[in-house]
Ligand binder design. Structure first.
Ligand code: PEP
Ligand code: MN
Length: 301
């Protein structure tokens, strides 16, 4: 599927005249933080809200490291129904307290269309997880909730399917959508890494849509030691921000209830934030270049 052949969607540049230029982005503002502006935005926090002290500690560390928004799951999509499912409403209360303490806006996942209103009453940005990218009733409810949306890519979704999912939200009158690449499944699943981080997709997305694009190196790699290099690569590839999982300082990873081996320690988060600032500056302006074949087809040099 080439960009030129995408179906007609309102989230495409060609149907959104104020963002006709390929270098322009529809900025999405979350609690005063502009995603898609010049500075890359780091959204960071625990995989799941596990306790008050764990979340408060990590929230302070994220704030100190220069993260701009706090992530954390209160409702967790787990493959195994016997695994920890999140603290639910209590988790939302803890996130609200962490916002109060640090000033960081909250990004949290909503799994169930029936709970959208409740989650939206706490969250500053609603996250749609990879498993839910094609849960169409959920996308419609989230589109009506009046909050910005972080739309993660389904782990086997094509660019077209991903943009169609964004369109479900946009059709409800909400185009404050941030796209998040989080790795695609391959035959290497849990070999040297959890998934393959598809950095190839960033440039075609930028050509297709003015929606901001961020990258989640944590779920893409599943391994905290790979998160920093993939963060740098993502920003060098044009990502406008990162979604990073963080663990508490000196934590016993075996005791973490969800994704304990992929969270970066706070000090590493700090160096990631510093490094990507430099990379974003060094690579800006990132006016995308089209492949020669496409330029020629449009009579461009
Ligand atoms: C998450 O970010 O909390 C998460 C569950 O990731 P994904 O939906 O990408 O698997
Ligand atoms: Mn996780």
């Amino acid at each position: 599927m080439t960009i030129e052949r995408l179906p007609e969607l309102s989230v495409l540049r060609r149907n959104w005249p104020e963002y006709a230029g390929e270098a322009t982005t529809h900025e999405v503002e979350v609690q005063g933080v502009r995603i898609g502006a010049e500075d890359p935005v780091v959204i960071a926090g625990p995989c799941a809200v596990e306790s008050r002290s764990q979340t408060m500690n990590i929230a302070r560390d994220v704030h100190e490291a220069g993260g701009k928004l706090l992530r954390g799951g209160a409702f967790k999509p787990r493959s195994n129904p016997n695994s920890f499912q999140g603290l639910g409403r209590q988790g939302l209360e803890i996130l609200a307290e962490a916002r109060q303490a640090t000033g960081l806006g909250i990004v949290t996942e909503v799994l169930d269309p029936r709970l959208v209103e409740e989650v939206a009453s706490y969250a500053d940005m609603l996250q749609i997880g990879s498993r839910s990218m094609q849960n169409f009733p959920l996308l419609i409810e989230v589109g009506r909730a009046g909050k910005p949306v972080l739309l993660k890519r389904g782990w086997s979704a094509t660019l077209e399917e991903w943009l169609c999912a964004a369109e479900y939200i946009a059709k409800q009158g909400n185009r404050d959508i941030v796209l998040c690449e989080r790795g695609v499944r391959s035959s290497c699943h849990w070999d040297h890494a959890r998934s393959v981080l598809d950095l190839n997709v960033i440039e075609p997305l930028r050509r297709a849509t003015p929606l901001p694009i961020i990258v989640d190196p944590s779920h893409a790699t599943g391994d905290w030691t790979l998160v920093a290099p993939m963060s740098r690569a993502a920003v060098a590839s044009g990502a406008q921000g990162l979604l990073v999982e963080v663990v508490e300082q000196d934590v016993d990873r075996e005791q973490v209830k969800c994704d304990g081996h992929q969270g970066v320690p706070p000090q590493l988060l700090k160096s990631i934030v510093r490094d990507i600032r430099g990379i974003a500056e060094a690579t800006a302006p990132r006016a995308p270049s089209r492949p020669r074949r496409v330029r020629e087809a449009h009579g461009e040099r």
